[in-house]
Design a protein around this ligand. Structure first.
Ligand code: CAA
Length: 383
C-alpha cells in the first residue's frame, strides 16, 4: 500500500474542487431547503467525463482509477453531501454491476450512456422487508419464456426518479434463499414501472430518493444481468465497491465541516483572543484532523486494493464504518465550535451535521459493516 496520491490525483482533486465550489456550493443552501436535485450540475459532471471516472474509455468512461473516483465523491460531498451520493450511487451502484457482470451488448447499450453521463443510474435492492436482510427480497421475476414478469417494489432508492437505468434484484426461484435471487437491468418508462413516494429526508436533500413500483413489468430476457440465481452475489460485490463511495462521501462532508470550524475558530474572539487559542478548541481541532486522516487512509487504501483486483470487501466495510462514524463526531464538533450560530439554518455546519447521519445507515448500517468485517475475520464462526 502506497498511502500516497499522485500529482495526477491531486490535479483531478483541484479541478473537481473548483467545479464544486463554483457550480454546486452556491446552490447548496436552496437545494437543501427545497429538496432540489442539481440537474444542470449533474449534466456538466457528465460533459466533464466525471460520471464515468473509473470505467474504460472504450465504454465511455474517463479511464481513471478507483482512487480518482473516491476523490471525486469526497470533493463533491465537501460542499454538498447530496451531490456526493448522486455520483456515488450512479458510478458504484447503477453502473458497476453492468461493467462487472454485463454482456458486451449490455455494456454498449447501458454502460456507455451511463459512463458518459447521458443517463443516470440507480440500484434497486432495498424493500420494506429486506433492508439489512437483503436476502429477504420479495420482489419476483417470473420466467414467461421471452421475458420475465417483474412484480413488487423497492424503497429508499437513491437517484430515483431521476435515473434512467435501474439494476433491480428479484426472486426468480422461490424458497431457495439468496441463491434464488437474480439481477435485471430495468429502464425508466417501461409499462408497469412507476415511482412512489419521493422521501422528505433529514439530510442529503439535494439527492433524490424514491420508491420503485413494479406491476407486471415485462423485462426482456436479454436484460437478465449475470446468470439466473447470481443476483445476491452481484448485489453483495457491488456493495463492496459502493461502500468506498459512501466512505468518501462521509469523509467529504466531515472535511467540509472541519474546514469551516477551523477558520471560524481563528476568527471568533472571546475572552480577548480567538477561540482556537483556547486549548479546549485546539484539542478538538487536533482530534478532528486526526480522525479525518485515519478515514482518508482507510478509504484510499481500500480503493487501491480494488484497483489492484485484490480482495477489498473487508477493507471497504472498515472504511465505510469508520469514515461515517467519525463524520458524525467531526460534524458534531464543528457545530460545537460554532456554538449557537452553527445551529442556524443556512450555516454549512448545520447542513453537514444532518447530511452526515445517513452515511452510518445506507449501503449497510454500521452494524452490518461489523457483520461483514467479522465474517471476513471469522468465516463461518462469525455467523
Ligand atoms: N461478494 C460476493 N458474494 C458474497 C458476498 C460478497 N461480498 N457476500 C456474501 N456473498 C455470498 C456468500 O458467499 C453466499 O454464497 P453461497 O450461497 O454460495 O454460500 C451468499 O452470498 C449468501 O451470503 P451470506 O450467507 O453471508 O448472506 P446473508 O443473508 O447472511 O447476508 C449480509 C449477509 C452481509 C448481512 C447482507 O445481507 C448485507 O450486506 N446486508 C446489507 C444490505 C445493504 O447494504 N443494503 C444497502 C442497500 S443499497 C443502498 O443503501 C444505496 C443507497 O441508498 C445509496
Amino acid at each position: 500500500m502506497l498511502f500516497q496520491t499522485t500529482s495526477a490525483h491531486e490535479e483531478l482533486r483541484a479541478k473537481i474542487r473548483s467545479f464544486a465550489e463554483e457550480e454546486i456550493k452556491p446552490l447548496a443552501f436552496l437545494m437543501d431547503q427545497n429538496n432540489e436535485f442539481p440537474e444542470e450540475a449533474v449534466k456538466k459532471l457528465g460533459k466533464l467525463g466525471w460520471m464515468g471516472i473509473p470505467y474504460p474509455k472504450e465504454y465511455g468512461g474517463a479511464g481513471l482509477d478507483a482512487l480518482s473516483y473516491a476523490i471525486a465523491v469526497e470533493e463533491l460531498a465537501r460542499v454538498d453531501g447530496g451531490a456526493g451520493v448522486i455520483l456515488s450511487a450512479h458510478v458504484s451502484l447503477g453502473s458497476w454491476p453492468i461493467f462487472a457482470y454485463g454482456t458486451e451488448e449490455q455494456k454498449k447499450k447501458y454502460l456507455v450512456p451511463l459512463a458518459k453521463g447521458e443517463k443516470i443510474g440507480a440500484f434497486g435492492l432495498t424493500e420494506p422487508n429486506a433492508g439489512s436482510d437483503a436476502g429477504g427480497t420479495e420482489t419476483t421475476a417470473l420466467d414467461k419464456g421471452d421475458y420475465y414478469l417483474l412484480n413488487g417494489g423497492k424503497i429508499f432508492i437513491t437517484n430515483a426518479p431521476k435515473a434512467d437505468t435501474y439494476v433491480v434484484f428479484a426472486v426468480t426461484t422461490p424458497d431457495i434463499g439468496t441463491r434464488g435471487i437474480s439481477a435485471f437491468i430495468v429502464e425508466k418508462g417501461w409499462k408497469g414501472f412507476e415511482f412512489g413516494d419521493h422521501y422528505d429526508k433529514m439530510g442529503i436533500r439535494s439527492s433524490s430518493t424514491a420508491e420503485l413500483i413494479f406491476n407486471d413489468v415485462k423485462v426482456p430476457k436479454e436484460n437478465l444481468l449475470g446468470k439466473e440465481g447470481e443476483g445476491f452475489k452481484i448485489a453483495m460485490s457491488t456493495l463492496d465497491g459502493g461502500r468506498i463511495g459512501i466512505a468518501a462521501q462521509a469523509l467529504g462532508i466531515a472535511q467540509g465541516a472541519f474546514e469551516h470550524a477551523l477558520s471560524y475558530s481563528k476568527e471568533r474572539v472571546q475572552f480577548g483572543k480567538p477561540i482556537a487559542a483556547q486549548q479546549s478548541i485546539a484539542f478538538k481541532l487536533a482530534d478532528m484532523a486526526t480522525k479525518l486522516r485515519c478515514a482518508r487512509f482507510l478509504i484510499y487504501s481500500a480503493a487501491e486494493l480494488k484497483e489492484q483486483h485484490a480482495p477489498y470487501g473487508m477493507e471497504s466495510a472498515m472504511a465505510k464504518m469508520y469514515a461515517s462514524d467519525i463524520a458524525l463526531e467531526v460534524t458534531n464538533d464543528a457545530l460545537q465550535i460554532y456554538g449557537g450560530s452553527g445551529y442556524l439554518k443556512g450555516m454549512e455546519v448545520e447542513r453537514a451535521y444532518r447530511d452526515a447521519k445517513i452515511t452510518t445507515l445506507y449501503e449497510g448500517t454500521n452494524e452490518i459493516q461489523r457483520v461483514v468485517i467479522a465474517s471476513h475475520l471469522l468465516g463461518r464462526l462469525g455467523k
